[in-house]
Design a protein around this ligand. Sequence first.
Ligand SMILES: N[C@@H](CCC[C@H](N)C(=O)O)C(=O)O
Length: 277
Amino acid sequence: MHGLGNSYIYVDMFKETLLEEELPLLAIKVANPYTGVGSDGMILICPSEVAPVKMRVFNNDGSEAKNCGNGLRCVAKFAYEHGYVDSQTFQIETLGGLVEATVHLEKEQVQTVTVDMGLPRLERKSLPMVGNEQETVISETFIVNSEQLEVTAVSMGNPHAIFFVDNIQEAPVETLGPVIEKDPRFPEWVNVEFVEVVSTNELNFRVWERGSGVTQACGTGACAAVVAAILNGYSTKGQDVVVHLLGGDLTINWKEDGHVWMTGAAETICEGIFLRK
Ligand SMILES: N[C@@H](CCC[C@H](N)C(=O)O)C(=O)O
């Protein structure tokens, strides 16, 4: 399945049994475009004790992440269309906590999904980012490869470093992205986003994802970008902001109550059997 081209191989753990220790290598194998299926990683759709369904996310380097916005929309679509939930609004457990998803239907098929992504966390310890644990990181000077940038750091359950740029076409995604991803100031590494402000309700966005590299879209990253834009005075809370990603658009709203809402597409590509060797 994919959300705006951010593709994962989804495994239905209501039916499959996998050993915990084989998961990282399996993610690497299925994600390989030459000897596997090819994807940004692997997502497990699991039974949960606290919600109808639980999501586990593995990047294509085998590392496990705590959250995935595009993955949540696809898990919601899968759970609804496979009858694992009995209403259009339901909770999904993630390693980052519980979120609420609402599926929107056309002819009984889920086309788009809205997810209450919860509260962004801004203190350094929630990323984590080195420095005073309680401090926030808003437009802080960040020198990398002798270049002086300004970073805003936001956790959406997973860590994001956001850099505002004048022109998205010239954003150094593939050059600085991998360097910042593994910068020691982020001990658990970080997702790196470059954002161009088009207007108060429109952003252009490119991402270098932790553990996966350049992807077509990042749902948690788009949420973090809107939070960062508001923290930096480019936009305001309580309005829809359209984020243009390589794979399409997401609508994000950081509401007055502090919750971030994300709406966007979820699509099934194919279903099949992966032969494990
Ligand atoms: N593509 C995702 C995020 C996947 C996890 C991320 N690479 C991490 O390691 O935190 C999204 O849509 O949010």
